[in-house]
Design a protein around this ligand. Structure first.
Ligand code: PLP
Length: 463
C-alpha cells in the first residue's frame, strides 16, 4: 500500500481526529507514525525532497476483503493458477479451453447460448455485447440507477449509439412498467436493444430480469436484451435461457472469485444472428474471430492460461457446491448482513425488499458522518476492506460485499469490524448488536458442511 505524502497527512489527520473524538486515545497516539511512510519516488523537480523516514508494516493476519469485487480467491483456485509459462498451441490447451467453454454454460444456466472469454475486465465484456450486435446510431434503452449503469450508458454513447435513458432513483431497480410502455410506443420497432444492469454494485439493488423480459414480451418487441450480470452471475439467480437474455456479461473477479482479467459473455442464437449486420467497429472483442477458433479450443490471440486454469477450478467448485446452493448461500449472507444493519438502527439504501441484493449490502450513514471515514477506519485499524460510496452517494453510504469465496464466520468477522469502525466514527450503535443479530441468524440457518455430517454432530441439528 502506498500513500502519497499529502494522502498520508490527510489520512493521519482524519484518523487521529476521529479517534480522539471517539475517545480512543491509545489509537490516536499510536497512529501518527503509522502514516509517516511515503514510498513516492523522490521529487525530481528539486522543490521538495522527501526527508520523512520510510516505514513498512505488514499487519498480522489476513486482509479481510469485503468489497463487492475483487473477491477472496480460494486456495484451491490459487493453486490451480500457479503455472509456469505454457504454450497455448501445445496439445494440452484445446481440451482445457473446450471444457471451460462447456462449464460456463452451467454458470449462465444455458444450453442454447455461446460463451465467450476475453482477456479483459467486465468493461471489455460490455463493449463486446454492444459492438457485436449493434450499429452506429442504433437506438437502445438503458436504465440508469448507479455508477455501473451510468458507465455502460457512457460507453454506449461513446460508441455512437442513441441511448434513451430511463433515469431511476439510486436505490431503486428497473421499473418494468416504464419499459413496457416505452416499447409499446415504439410502433416502428426502432429500438434495437434494452440494456439492464442486473445487480447495481453502487446501490445493492438487484433488478428482476425475468420481469424485464416479460415487459418486452408484453410489448411484442423484438429488441435484444443485453444484461450486465457482472456482480450477479454466480451469486444471484440468473437464468439465461429462461429469461431469453441475448447477451449476458460478467467478470472473473466477482462471484467466480478469480483475479480480475477475464471478461465473460454469453450470446444467444438471436444475438449471433445480428452479428453480420452489426456495424460497430470491433477487433479485439469480435465474436466472429472467437467463433473461428473457440470451437476447436483455440483463441485468436494469446489467452491467459493461468486464469483459464483458475476459471476451470472455480467452475468445478461451483458444480461441487451446486449453483443453486451457491445462490442460496449468498442469499443467507445478505439476510444475515441486513439483520446486522437493522440491529444497528441504520438504513439500507435499497428500500424495497424485492430489490434486495445477494451480492452486497449498501448502508446509509447518519448525515453528520462521512461514510468514507468509516471505510478508512475499517482498513487502517482493522485491516478490513469495505466499499466506499460512489458518485452520487459518495460519503453517504458504505458497501459490504458478501459475494464469492466466503463463509458465515468470515462474514461475521467483517460485520464485527464494521461495527467497531462505526463506533470509532461516532455512530451511536450498541457494541455487539449487529454481530449478535447476524450470529443468531447464521446459527439458526447454517447447515452442516456436506462431507462432514458426522453422527455425533448430526444429533444436534434438526433434520
Ligand atoms: N458492471 C458492474 C455491475 C460492476 O460492478 C462492474 C465493476 O465493478 C463493472 C460492470 C465493470 O467491470 P470491470 O471493473 O471489471 O471492468
Amino acid at each position: 500500500m502506498q500513500f502519497s505524502r499529502a494522502a498520508s497527512r490527510a489520512l493521519r489527520a482524519n484518523v487521529v481526529q476521529q479517534a480522539s473524538r471517539t475517545g480512543i486515545r491509545e489509537f490516536a497516539a499510536a497512529t501518527p507514525d503509522m502514516f509517516d511512510y511515503d514510498q513516492t519516488p523522490p521529487n525530481t523537480g528539486g522543490e521538495v525532497e522527501n526527508t520523512e523516514p520510510s516505514f513498512v508494516f505488514t499487519p498480522p493476519g489476513k486482509n479481510h476483503l469485503f468489497v463487492p469485487g475483487p473477491c477472496n480467491i480460494n486456495e484451491r483456485v490459487q493453486r490451480a493458477m500457479m503455472r509456469p509459462g505454457m504454450n497455448h498451441r501445445d496439445p494440452f490447451f484445446a481440451p482445457l479451453a473446450k471444457s471451460v467453454f462447456e462449464d460456463l454454460k452451467y454458470l449462465f444456466k444455458t444450453s442454447s447460448g455461446t460463451p465467450f472469454i476475453f482477456p479483459s475486465s467486465g468493461t471489455g465484456a460490455w463493449e463486446a455485447s454492444l459492438s457485436n450486435t449493434l450499429s452506429p446510431g442504433d437506438k437502445v434503452v438503458a436504465y440508469r440507477y448507479g455508477t455501473f449503469s451510468h458507465l455502460w450508458i457512457d460507453q454506449a454513447q461513446r460508441l455512437g449509439l442513441d441511448v434513451t435513458v430511463l433515469e431511476t432513483p439510486w436505490g431503486e431497480g428497473a421499473d418494468e412498467g416504464r419499459l413496457e410502455k416505452l416499447l409499446k410506443e415504439d410502433v416502428n420497432k426502432e429500438i434495437k436493444a434494452v440494456l439492464v444492469v442486473h445487480n447495481e454494485t453502487t446501490t445493492g439493488v438487484t433488478s428482476d430480469i425475468g420481469k424485464v423480459r416479460q415487459a418486452m414480451d408484453n410489448a411484442f418487441h423484438p429488441s435484444l436484451l443485453l444484461v450486465d450480470g457482472v456482480s450477479s452471475i454466480g451469486s444471484c439467480e440468473f437464468k439465461f435461457d429462461d429469461w431469453k437474455v441475448d447477451v449476458a456479461v460478467t467478470g472473473s473477479q466477482k462471484a467466480l472469485s478469480l483475479p480480475t482479467g477475464l471478461g465473460l459473455c454469453c450470446a444467444s442464437p438471436k444475438a449471433l444472428s445480428k452479428m453480420k449486420d452489426a456495424k460497430l467497429p470491433r477487433v479485439f472483442f469480435a465474436f466472429e474471430d472467437m467463433l473461428k477458433t473457440n470451437p476447436a479450443g483455440g483463441f485468436p490471440y494469446t489467452p491467459s492460461i493461468p486464469l483459464l486454469y483458475g476459471l476451470k477450478e472455480s467452475l468445478a467448485m461451483l458444480k461441487e457446491e451446486g449453483i443453486n446452493n451457491a445462490i442460496a448461500r449468498h442469499a443467507r449472507f445478505a439476510e444475515g448482513t441486513r439483520r446486522a444493519v437493522q440491529a444497528w438502527g441504520l438504513k439500507l439504501l435499497c428500500k424495497d425488499p424485492r430489490w434486495y441484493s445477494n451480492s452486497l449490502t449498501v448502508i446509509e450513514v447518519p448525515k453528520e458522518v462521512d461514510s468514507g471515514d468509516i471505510v478508512k477506519l475499517a482498513y487502517c485499524k482493522y485491516n478490513l476492506s469495505i466499499g466506499v460510496g460512489l458518485m452520487k452517494v459518495q460519503g453517504k453510504v458504505f458497501r459490504i460485499g458478501h459475494l464469492g469465496d466466503m463463509n458465515e464466520v468470515s462474514l461475521l468477522g467483517a460485520i464485527a469490524g464494521v461495527e467497531m469502525a462505526l463506533i470509532d466514527a461516532g455512530v451511536k450503535i450498541t457494541p455487539g448488536s449487529g454481530v449478535g443479530a447476524a450470529v443468531k441468524y447464521f446459527q439458526e440457518t447454517s447447515k452442516v458442511i456436506p462431507d462432514r455430517e458426522l453422527p455425533e454432530v448430526m444429533k444436534y441439528v434438526q433434520p
